[in-house]
Design a protein around this ligand. Structure first.
Ligand code: ZN
Length: 548
């Protein structure tokens, strides 16, 4: 039955609402970005023109008119038609190593042993350091391309200890003063490492675990120096539109370095830190379980399965093509890896294991097998997954293991990868397309400071399979190239998923963090590398970087 009173009442509400909307332009928000190409990276790859943000969270994305009509914002930004993406994540980087590199001698790009010595001399003239640490040499860029020995280093620095890290961080060249300090003699033998000896004397080249005693002698930089360097790195990352890093392996003290910076609100970057399995870090995991302090998340362990291919420490099923009877080695005994896996399973931590060689990859896949039976959503990762026996690809999907790869490694290693592996074995190397086909998701990073932090070099390497000089013109192992969209997924939503953060970040959708980057130039991939930078970078609705 028609009820006149209810009808009048409803009408009055309607008039009231109409009156309200007349003087009130729309829902109030903090920020509206419009005139943009917002790549939401959602399931359907929707592209929006505008986005409304309140309290650091995305309220809505949609067409220009819809968003501008619905919301009144304290601040409006006309994005001038530029591309906007979720903030990029580097799914495997080393902020701490890069900070230390900045505080020591930069040896990246040295073209000869002579140039390396010149850089050390220049550094020492300025700093007069009591202990010299350098990082970044790569003998494959030198004319002889043989591993260096320390004779000339000893002549230049007979008394001050010197420790020079190879670019991959898996070998050091040290002088005799440091060998003496670390009590390393030609007789010193270390499991999972090589103390190189020629004609009865140490050459100063120490690989993988053999580095440990020498590296332990390096005096620590002060917290003040380290924090300053970390904040400089943060700013560099923001310039490239990187808003998150999966920090691949830190010591216990370094947790507190990050935590202090988060608590003092200086570190805005999202840091997903993997712990090295030291006794202190294991105690931390047992005490805290899954740990989050604002933008610092800790819920994973990083374990080293083997070394690197460049320094022939990667553990291969068959001998190295360029070194007779040499297979590389496991750098962590299987029992120790098992022990960490059990701790991870009990504490709810993720296990992220470094594996380069096909043998190391297989061993770790087999180790992970058991966890898949207990917990299907474990999301355990293999960092690098660089050389895979074609028979083993299928195990990634069977055991639910995510590869975490660094496309720039492929184009950096192209100069010597075939020498190490031979043509046949190369077919399962740097095989990102094959890995993606197995798992439907790969996490993508750079392994900085081993490689440059520039995500557009990563895109160029993943999509074109070329280096910065656009070499090789036909692409290195081009059949393993992935699409631009998949590469960006690897740095956004897949990086979020493989770090348990897909509910808060990785796409630009309603209810997620307003963490995004407006790029200066269109984000494309062509056969010529073109640098691109952030125009503006936002984290949780806060502008953390602007080109102007
Ligand atoms: Zn690494």
């Amino acid at each position: 039955m028609f009820n006149m009173r209810v009808f009048r009442f409803n009408l009055s509400i309607l008039f009231f609402l109409l009156a309200l909307s007349g003087c009130y332009k729309g829902k109030s928000v903090d920020l509206v970005i419009h005139n943009a190409r917002i790549h939401t990276m959602d399931e359907n790859d929707n592209i929006a023109e505008a986005m409304a943000i309140k309290d650091g969270i995305i309220v809505e994305t949609g067409p220009e008119r819809q968003i501008l009509n619905r919301y009144s914002a304290d601040q409006e930004i006309d994005a001038q038609g530029k591309d906007i993406y979720p903030g990029f994540t580097d799914a495997h980087g080393h902020i701490i190593s890069l900070a230390k590199k900045k505080l020591g001698v930069d040896l990246i790009g040295t073209r000869s042993y002579d140039e390396l010595l010149v850089r050390l001399e220049k550094y020492q003239q300025k700093k007069n350091s009591k202990f010299i640490v350098g990082r970044g040499w790569d003998q494959s860029l030198w004319s002889s391309s043989e591993m260096p020995t320390n004779e000339r280093l000893n002549q230049l620095f007979p008394t001050i200890p010197v420790c020079l890290f190879r670019v991959d961080g898996h070998a050091v060249l040290v002088n005799d003063a440091l060998l003496k300090l670390a009590e390393i003699t030609p007789e010193t033998k270390i499991d999972g490492g090589i103390n190189t000896v020629e004609n009865g004397t140490c050459t100063g080249l120490l690989v993988d675990n053999a580095m440990n005693t020498a590296v332990a002698k390096i005096p620590a930089f002060s917290n003040k120096e380290m924090k300053k360097a970390i904040l400089e790195i943060q700013n560099e990352l923001f310039q490239y539109g990187i808003t998150g890093v999966h920090e691949a392996g830190i010591e216990n003290e370094e947790i507190y370095l990050f935590k202090d910076l988060v608590d003092s609100k200086k570190l805005k970057l999202n840091v997903y830190a993997m712990l090295l399995p030291s006794s202190k870090n294991i105690a931390f995991a047992k005490k805290n379980g899954v740990f989050q302090d604002k933008n610092l998340i800790i819920r994973s362990f990083k374990v080293f399965g083997d070394g690197a291919l460049g320094s022939r420490g990667a553990f291969l099923k068959q001998a190295y093509t360029d070194m007779h009877d040499h297979y590389g080695m496991l750098t962590t005994p299987i029992d120790e890896m098992k022990r960490v896996a059990i701790i991870c399973e009990r504490t709810g931590y993720q296990m992220n294991s470094h594996a380069i060689g096909d043998s190391a990859n297989r061993i770790i896949l087999d180790l992970y097998k058991s966890i898949n039976e207990v917990n299907k959503d474990h999301r355990w990762r293999i960092e690098h997954a660089q050389v895979i026996d074609p028979k083993d690809f299928v195990l990634f999907s069977q055991y639910g293991v995510f590869p975490s790869v660094q496309p720039t490694h492929a184009v950096s290693d192209q100069r010597w990868a075939e020498a190490r592996l031979g043509k046949q074995r190369l077919k399962g190397a740097y095989a990102y397309k094959s890995l993606l086909a197995q798992t439907g998701m790969i996490a993508i990073g750079t392994d900085f400071p081993v490689e440059n932090i520039d995500p557009f070099l990563t895109i160029h390497a993943a999509v074109q399979r070329m280096d910065r000089e656009n070499y090789p013109t036909s692409g290195f192992l081009f059949n393993e190239a992935i699409s631009l969209n998949d590469c960006i997924r690897g740095m956004t939503i897949w990086a979020a998923f493989t770090s348990f953060q897909e509910h808060t970040s990785g796409t630009l959708e309603k209810g997620k963090q307003a963490t995004f980057v407006i790029f200066e130039n269109p984000v494309v991939s062509t056969s010529t590398y073109k640098p691109n930078f952030s125009f503006m970078t936002y984290i949780n609705g806060e502008k953390v970087y602007s080109i102007e």
